[in-house]
Design a protein around this ligand. Structure first.
Ligand SMILES: Nc1ncnc2c1ncn2[C@@H]1O[C@H](COP(=O)(O)OP(=O)(O)OP(=O)(O)O)[C@@H](O)[C@H]1O
Ligand SMILES: [Mg+2]
Length: 282
């Protein structure tokens, strides 16, 4: 029995270019063959992005290690979201190189190809299908090669069911599996959306301000969740909440005016005079 009526939604990932699921990075496969010989999952070098002459990213260099949990911090307008846009193919850099693993040139792949290669992205605002149940949302995220209708009709394999069950447990929504997603709290919707990325088994997860609007308990659970995902996955988390950043980050990168201002353990960057001046305040 389904808890909610299934709405008539026609969705074709090939033609709905701006569709939210595509933008979420819900690809078909997890890019298992990724070449990470040198231990680096993401390499960005000399990246420049300008908008009408304004340099949003300015000779940016960034390296993320396999299994690392990196936090990106910095003032409003520093270029944090633009950085994620470059990695996911939403924005093309004017110059510079961007590699996923050793050999996948992100500047030559489409957004869909990048998602399929194993990079999942979560935007700030949750974009779940509210009328569908929690389980159905995860089911759809798993079967992105079909329309919504075809996806819900197609039978799940045993392995796919197991994967959804495992993700439900990871995001602590087992007991809400049949609830319409629209009835979840804001925080639970965020967890569901993270789950929709996880069923795709991405190797690199990009999360933009994941704890904005969450309760303290939800923020704490998110910290635990991210720590448990690191190592198996690589994570890049943009967040302004320093308490949260301090509780999860391996290393922190401070962006300022489109460039890396400082990088290292949080205590170290917090003591950096320039960082205090431009971001943390005195
Ligand atoms: N599509 C666009 N067109 C024009 N300007 C843009 C575009 N996207 C971003 N910008 C500008 O580039 C700069 C960097 O924006 P970005 O959104 O990357 O900052 P951010 O670090 O994510 O900031 P916040 O902490 O407020 O989210 C800003 O000045 C922004 O106005
Ligand atoms: Mg932003």
């Amino acid at each position: 029995m389904r808890a909610a009526p299934i709405p008539e939604i026609s969705y074709d990932p090939n033609t709905d270019a701006g569709g939210s699921r595509e933008a979420l990075g819900l690809g078909h496969s997890a890019g298992k063959g990724l070449d990470v010989r040198h231990g680096t999952i993401l390499t960005l070098e000399d990246i420049n992005v300008s908008f009408d002459g304004f340099k949003a990213l300015n000779n940016l260099n960034l390296y993320i290690g396999v299994g690392e949990l990196r936090c990106i911090i910095g003032p409003n307008g520093a270029g944090k979201t633009t950085l994620m846009d470059v990695i996911t193919g939403k924005t093309r850099p004017d110059s510079g190189s961007a590699y996923f693993g050793e050999t996948l040139d992100l500047t030559r792949l489409s957004e869909v190809e990048i998602a399929q290669a194993g990079i999942g992205r979560k935007f700030q605002k949750p974009t779940v299908f509210e009328a569908l149940s929690v389980f159905e949302n995860l089911e759809l995220a798993l079967k992105t090669d079909k329309s919504v209708w075809a996806s819900l009709r197609a039978k799940l394999s045993g392995a796919q069911k197991d994967r959804i069950d495992a993700v439900l447990s990871t995001i602590k929504l087992e007991s809400s599996r049949h609830r319409p997603a629209g009835l979840l709290s804001h925080g639970q919707k965020q967890f569901l959306e993270i789950g929709m990325l996880l069923v795709q088994e991405p190797q690199l997860l990009l999360l933009d301000e994941p704890v904005a609007g969450m309760t303290d308990a939800e923020t704490e659970f998110t910290a635990e969740l991210f720590k448990s995902l690191a190592r198996q996955h690589s994570l890049m988390v943009v967040e302004h909440d320093m308490g949260f950043v301090g509780s999860i980050a391996d290393h922190v990168t401070v962006l300022h005016q489109g460039s890396v201002l400082a990088e290292g353990p949080l205590e170290q960057v917090q003591a950096n005079e320039r960082v205090i001046e431009v971001y943390l305040g005195r």
